[in-house]
Write a protein that binds this ligand. Structure first.
Ligand code: ADP
Ligand code: MG
Length: 699
């Protein structure tokens, strides 16, 4: 991009944002549109033609010829179908047109997107509707309209629709609580999200030599390099020139699209990096993260690099996650997870905190399942990653407050402040002291929670839909309890509610080392769930309590839940199927021929030595070892292929996913172990594809 990139001038230049709207729309239309956006409503047809026309003119000036209703299907990053603005005049000429109808609603053919059976029961058609709270933008010659995608009968076919529903739900519930604390001016509470995105960069040329990276996004084979991440020199080292150029290019693209890319740095593993934006409303943050991932991949190619977003591209070193920072904010920007200063602010904060603790304990299965994917299975519970057990980290200060509350004691800190809910206030928490524990999957970090289990490749819509809904549920129950209470009894009633809630759910709080084996035992004693794999987690979607929850708040209908469960299971099976086929193929057509050639050459040397009377001791021992492992490799490759055939023959989605997990995946691991051992014996020149050394230390 341009040599002299002026960030202030270029920021959001490709976005039809509020400023552009103000410039381009008649005053009354602008006002009406703003109101629609603020209230999260649908666009009125009386103004849609004017908005569409202004949008089209603006987009054409920016070089666009097409428009697309951009949406987030249930699998894959995003989907788009591009239509041009042209409209024939009948005399061989065209004009560029874009109507309000075309802006508000699109009708892509839904039949090629997974619907989990919704389509079969209802209609093949799908609709997309503009989410006006997420601005349209121009990219690559098209006007992009962020939309929600649903079926003829109104079932959501995407990830965005449930997220938007959950944002409404948590807003309504939070407003009821705010009212109890005397706030009657806030009209909407917004779930805010900041998604820190980790990724790997590898050389494009090296990447192109590995079928596993091309087909599956991760290495299915590979012995560890002599050096890993043990020195932590990557994290603390300076950013390499080539990577810095990539990051700069990425930033400039993101800024043009109004994405507030803020932080970039190296990560712990070699070749691993991170990009973090400034937080935004959850739906916007979701759109922006999807765009960020797309651009990360695209721009890497311009730099002869490939960006890997897989959760575990390499065994033996850290995988990639996406820390989902989440909070609730009023429409005038008051962060509800900020402890605040006055007694009433503190009490309100503790109410939200208790609601979250209760929510996470009651619906830990949903949180776990919201981050379940075949890629993330490698991460959860593995090196540096949070375990598959959901627990909350509060930090020392907040823990002391909670303890004091439950034990009915006064809370003192440095001899300064006392605490009595709603009457006296809390001392300030030093913010940085809350984030020392990096091993917790769900950590309070001063004024927000950080959900660290999310995988790097995942759409954050899912986890945030769950978070919003489960917290809405706790808040609704609290409001039901407190709303009838007389004003003079309020503090007492609140106190009791908080104490009882925390007592009941404190088992989910854990401030210790979440990576230790002791925690697994302790968690089991506490009765906390440990849903180790995706296949263990997914069936929880339709557990009775979860169906009841989502139905109560209208976030998912029962049909939608069953559909999604089916899609998740099918997706699991499909991914493992592709991995297994790739692994078997690489073993049979690349590794086997290579090791046989090596074996032959070694044997030839041994034979020639013997012919002149030299005992080929080393050659013989290597040849024997290689011969032995070659036989095992061949056998294991065939076992894997047989397991795939077996799994493919199972028709029940859950039983099939189970088989892919228990048998196919296990066989893949067995095959890999043999191949990786061979890699350490067979000469480098013989090995058919680039090794970990070349992949990780060559950018
Ligand atoms: P780190 O976690 O690396 O210490 P920060 O805590 O500064 O960094 O921020 C991490 C992410 O959390 C950023 O994307 C930031 O915008 C986001 N964040 C900060 N405040 C909030 C909030 N109130 N709601 C949601 N995300 C937030
Ligand atoms: Mg963080």
């Amino acid at each position: 991009m341009a040599e002299n990139f002026n960030v202030v001038e270029q920021f959001g230049i490709d976005v039809f944002n509020e400023e552009t709207m103000k410039q381009r729309l008649p005053k009354n239309v602008f006002k009406a549109l703003k109101k629609t956006i603020a209230e999260g409503k649908e666009l009125d047809s009386s103004i849609s033609d004017v908005v569409a026309s202004a949008m089209k003119d603006w987009a054409i000036e920016k070089g666009a010829t097409h428009y697309t209703h951009w949406f987030q299907p249930m699998t894959g990053i995003t989907a788009e179908k591009h239509d041009s603005f042209i409209s024939p005049m009948g005399d061989g000429t065209v004009i560029m047109e874009f109507s309000g109808k075309e802006l508000i609603k699109g009708e892509p053919d839904a039949s090629s997107f997974p619907s989990g059976g919704i389509r079969a029961t209802f209609e093949a058609r799908g609709y997309t509707a503009w989410d006006p709270t997420s601005y349209a933008f121009v990219k690559g010659g098209s006007l992009y309209i962020p939309t929600a995608f649903y079926s003829y009968s109104g079932e959501a076919l995407d990830k965005k629709t449930p997220l938007l529903r959950s944002m409404d739900v948590v807003s309504d519930a939070a407003l009821r609580i705010l009212k109890l604390f005397g706030n009657t001016t806030t009209k909407r509470v917004v779930a805010t999200v900041g998604a820190e995105q980790e990724y790997f960069l590898v050389n494009r040329e090296t990447y192109n030599k590995r079928k596993d990276l091309i087909f599956t996004g991760r290495t299915l084979f590979g012995a560890p390099a002599p050096k890993g991440q043990e020195l932590e020199d990557h994290y603390f080292g300076s950013i390499k020139e080539r990577v810095a150029a990539y990051m700069k290019d990425l930033d400039e693209h993101l800024w043009r699209l109004g994405i507030t890319s803020k932080t970039k740095h190296n990560e712990v593993a070699p070749s691993q990096h991170e990009n973090a934006p400034i937080f935004a409303p959850a739906n916007l943050a979701t759109d922006q993260n999807q765009l960020t991932m797309e651009l990360m991949k695209k721009i890497a190619l311009d730099h002869d690099l490939v960006c890997l977003l897989h959760e575990k591209p390499f065994a033996g070193i850290n995988g990639s996650g996406k820390h989902d920072n989440w909070s609730l904010s009023t429409d005038d920007g008051q962060n509800l997870l900020d402890p605040g200063r006055s007694p009433m602010q503190n009490a309100q904060f503790l109410t939200f905190l208790a609601a979250i603790i209760k929510a996470v304990d009651e619906y830990s299965d949903l949180l776990r399942l919201s981050v379940a994917s075949p890629g993330n299975d490698h991460r959860l519970g593995a090196n540096e990653a949070p375990p598959a057990i959901i627990s909350i980290f509060l930090g020392e200060e907040l823990q002391a407050v909670v303890d004091a509350l439950v034990e009915g004691k006064e809370y003192t800190s440095e001899g300064r402040q006392m605490f009595n809910v709603g009457v006296s206030s809390l001392p300030d928490f030093p913010k940085d002291s809350t984030d020392r524990n990096r091993t917790s999957p769900f950590a309070f970090t001063g004024n927000k929670f950080e959900f660290r289990m999310v995988g790097s490749n995942l759409n954050v819509a899912g986890p945030n839909t769950v978070l919003n809904t489960i917290v809405a549920n706790s808040l609704t129950e609290f409001a039901d309890t407190l709303e009838g209470v007389d004003e003079d009894k309020f503090n007492e009633a609140l106190h009791d509610l908080l104490v009882n809630t925390i007592k009941e759910h404190k088992r989910v709080i854990f401030n210790g080392n979440g990576y230790g084996d002791e925690w697994k035992e302790e968690a089991e004693k506490r009765g906390l769930l440990n849903l180790v794999s995706t296949v263990d987690a997914i069936p929880c979607f339709t557990a009775e309590k979860n169906v009841a929850l989502f139905k109560k708040f209208g976030v998912y209908s029962e049909v939608e839940m069953h559909a999604r469960q089916e899609i998740l299971l099918e997706n699991y099976s499909k991914v493992i199927n592709i991995e297994a086929l790739t692994a078997a193929d690489m073993a049979k057509t690349e590794i086997l021929p290579a090791v046989m050639k090596f074996g032959k050459d070694i044997s030839d040397i041994a034979a020639s030595k013997k012919a002149i009377g030299i005992e080929p001791t080393v050659e013989l021992s290597i040849a024997k070892k290689v011969n032995d492992l070659t036989a095992q490799l061949s056998e294991k490759a065939h076992t894997l292929s047989d397991a795939v055939v077996k799994a493919q023959g199972i028709s029940d989605a859950e039983a099939q996913a189970r088989c892919y997990h228990d048998e196919v995946f296990a066989d893949m691991q067995g095959l890999r172990a043999i191949a990786d051992e061979l890699e350490t014996i067979v000469g480098e020149d013989y090995w058919p594809y680039p090794t970990y050394d070349e992949l990780l230390f060559n950018v």
